[in-house]
Every structure is written in structure tokens, then in C-alpha cells.
Design a protein. Structure first.
Length: 421
């Protein structure tokens, strides 16, 4: 075996390739230069492939590139041997390199890899897959946005629930305290009145006694407001014409407005009658007039509207049942309120006035009176654009309507549609 291999590699009995070229220098140098150039090109290709695979480790089938690089390297070596055999007849070594395993393995692996290479997605398929992925990402972003919106809506609902619970607790506390305090004030006023009756006419105690009685009566009026907010004040509802009550109250409203000019009346010609406590409605309007005065320190105008709200329209207004209502609106051209103030405006004892200038019960009394009268109250205001306070009172003798209440409008929309400021 060794002798056979030695004989295979022995080239002493062979002639170099230069003999075939008659040792003509121009032919020998032409073959040598051309083979050297081809070998250099073959050696350059594996280096470039090695750099590519090394830097792009994400390439699919990178190992196949290394196998192809080895095959190209073997090809380059055969051209170097072609130059060597011009003078040295080592044809056995040249044949061994030509039959290198790299060539056979590379060809076999390439055919085995062909099916997998053909299965790779085309650029068109990749673009389509990217478009599908982008659509799914957009759907996910939309779902996340909807989730954030739902979460924010839930937070707002929870805040409204907490606010409602707080108001209910404050109302219960206010009602209980006011009820007991009202009984005590009744005793105080009754005794002061009896003392005043039994005092001699020439007594000097009449003046301080009258002052004490006036203070007690004011305290009783404050308690009535607290009871109205807590909806525990007994009402004496009666059928009345809202336009007539407002006309009769015009001078008192003008006095409440102080330096502000006489309120403008924009009344519904045929306003429906309502069934409410006339005294409490008067107090509510006077409170609103005083608030309008305070909101216009540099002067301005106040307008009082009445408007019939049919059941079909009431069904689209939040917090109103689908029955006929009469809206009484007091608006001013004053400083307006910020959104933060609007969220707390009906809270008892909440006021934006300085200490000692307001009790914070005016608007809460209006709200309590409206609710106790089976109506509703709301405020529309923007900083620098004035304020409108809406009191909704049910029409006297109306019944629930079958009009669906699936579309509710915001207060600002109603102000814009009705033409009020």
C-alpha cells in the first residue's frame, strides 16, 4: 500500500508541463501570469466571504458560506500548482487538490440546502408580512389607547362616586345638625320675643334685645339654607306662574344686584305653571342675584330667562326625567368660574369669597331646593365669559313620558343652542 502511494506521488519519470510548451518563454510566462491572477482572485473571494459572515452573524446558512469559501480556496490552490508543474511534474499532488473533499462536500451540501433556500420568503412576502405586523401593532396601540381611556373613565366615575358619597355624608351631617340647631333657635327666638313683649316701653333693653332677635332670625335663615341643602326642609308647594313670580320679584332682585343695572327679563310668553314653594324659589333667585352682583365688581348686566322644556327635549338632558319642565336661568356677564371651581360649586360651605364675606350655602341651597322640588340645577361658566345658573322645575301636573333618554346633551351645548351667554 505504501509502495503504491509512493509510486503515485513519484514524478521522476514524468516530464514537467513546460516541455509541452517547448520551453518557449512567452508561453510559459503567459500561463504563469494568468494562473497567478486567477489564484489571487480565488484567494480574495474567501477573505471577502469570511468578513461578511463574521460581521453579519444574523445571515441565514452562514456555515454554507464558509464551505463555499473553502471550495474557492481549493480552486485557487490548483492554479498555483499549475504554475508549479510548469517546472516540477508533481501531477499527483495537483490531482489530489483537485479532488479535494471541500469540493465534493460543498456541492453535496449545496444541493441539500437548495430546498431550504427556496423556502426562504421573498422580498414581496416579507413586505406583506411587515404590513400585517404593522397593522397588528396599530391594533395593539389602538387597544392600549382604548384601555387607557377606559381606565381614565373608570377613574372619573370613581371620583364622581366618591364626590357623591362625600356630598351625601355632608348632607346627612348638615341635616342632622341643622335640624337640632333649628329647634334650639326656635326656643331662643320664642323666649326673646316673650321678653320683648313684657319689657316696659321706656326700657333701654329694647335695642339690644332687638339686635339679639335679629341675629337669631338670621341664624334661623342660615339653618333653613342648610336644611334645604340636606333636603330636610319642609316645603309648601303650590301651583304658581314663574313669570308672575319673577315680575313681582323684580324690585327685590334689583336691590340684591346693588349697583348693577336692573335685570333684563327674557320670559317665555306662555310659560307653563309649576308646583313649588314660592318662598324658597324667591330665596333661590335672590341668592343667584347676589352671586351675580359679586361676580360683576366692575358692573355688568344680569338676565333672567324662562323657557319651556318639552319632554322630548328633557329626555336628552342629563339628570332630567322625560317630562315637561320649565327652565329658569339667571345669567351674568361677570368673571366666570374655572373648571376646578365648577366641580365644587354646589358643595356646602364652599366659597371663593374672602373670610366673613360669604357662608358658602347660597348655591347649595339652590341645588337642594331644586332637588327637593323634583327638579335639577346646573351651572355653565367659563372664565371671563360670565355664568349661567339653570333651575329645572317640573311642569305642574305632568306625567312621565315614554320618550327614550339615550342621547344626553351637555349644559354648554344647551346654552349655545338656546342663544344664552
Amino acid at each position: 500500500m505504501i509502495e503504491t502511494l509512493t509510486g503515485f506521488l513519484d514524478g521522476t519519470s514524468l516530464a514537467p508541463h513546460g516541455i509541452c510548451l517547448s520551453w518557449r518563454p512567452e508561453l510559459i510566462w503567459t500561463h504563469m501570469v494568468s494562473d497567478a491572477i486567477i489564484a489571487l482572485a480565488y484567494f480574495t473571494i474567501p477573505v471577502a466571504l469570511g468578513v461578511l459572515v463574521t460581521r453579519r452573524r444574523d445571515l441565514v446558512f452562514g456555515w454554507m458560506v464558509w464551505a463555499f469559501a473553502l471550495f474557492i480556496l481549493a480552486c485557487g490552490i490548483t492554479h498555483l500548482l499549475a504554475i508549479w508543474t510548469l517546472w516540477v511534474p508533481d501531477y499527483a499532488a495537483e490531482a489530489a487538490v483537485k479532488a479535494a473533499v471541500a469540493s465534493i462536500v460543498t456541492a453535496a451540501l449545496l444541493w441539500m440546502l437548495l430546498r431550504r433556500a427556496l423556502a426562504l420568503p421573498s422580498p414581496k412576502q416579507l413586505r406583506r408580512a411587515n404590513a400585517v405586523l404593522l397593522a397588528r401593532v396599530q391594533e395593539r396601540d389602538a387597544a392600549l389607547a382604548a384601555l387607557h381611556e377606559a381606565s381614565a373613565e373608570r377613574d372619573r366615575a370613581e371620583e364622581m362616586l366618591r364626590q357623591s358619597q362625600k356630598m351625601e355624608a355632608i348632607g346627612a351631617l348638615t341635616g342632622g345638625v341643622a335640624h337640632d340647631f333649628n329647634n334650639l333657635l326656635g326656643v331662643v327666638i320664642s323666649n326673646l320675643d316673650q321678653i320683648e313683649r313684657f319689657l316696659p316701653a321706656e326700657s333701654g333693653m329694647h335695642r339690644p334685645l332687638r339686635g339679639a332677635l335679629t341675629g337669631a332670625e338670621r341664624a334661623a335663615a342660615l339653618v333653613q339654607k342648610m336644611l334645604a341643602f340636606a333636603r330636610r326642609q319642609p316645603l309648601r308647594p303650590a301651583r304658581l306662574d314663574p313669570n308672575g313670580l319673577i315680575h313681582d320679584l323684580t324690585e327685590r332682585l334689583r336691590g340684591s344686584l346693588g349697583a348693577v343695572e336692573k335685570p333684563e327679563l327674557v320670559l317665555e310668553p306662555q310659560a307653563w305653571p309649576v308646583c313649588v314653594d314660592a318662598n324658597q324659589l324667591e330665596n333661590a333667585l335672590l341668592n343667584l342675584a347676589m352671586n351675580a352682583r359679586d361676580a360683576m365688581p366692575d358692573g355688568g348686566c344680569a338676565v333672567i330667562h324662562t323657557r319651556n322644556i318639552p319632554a322630548a327635549e328633557a329626555a336628552r338632558i342629563a339628570d332630567l326625567p322625560a317630562i315637561d319642565h320649565v327652565a329658569i336661568v339667571v345669567e351674568d356677564s361677570g368673571t366666570g368660574m374655572s373648571p376646578e371651581t365648577l366641580t365644587r360649586v354646589f358643595e356646602p360651605f364652599f366659597t371663593t369669597k374672602a373670610v366673613g364675606e360669604g357662608t358658602g350655602l347660597g348655591l347649595s341651597q339652590v341645588f337642594g331646593f331644586a332637588k327637593q322640588s323634583d327638579g335639577h340645577a346646573e351651572i355653565v361658566s367659563r372664565p371671563g365669559q360670565g355664568t349661567s345658573v339653570w333651575i329645572y322645575l317640573p311642569r305642574d301636573g305632568t306625567q312621565l313620558s315614554s320618550v327614550p333618554a339615550d342621547e344626553k346633551t351637555a349644559p354648554a351645548d344647551r346654552v349655545s343652542r338656546l342663544g344664552f351667554a
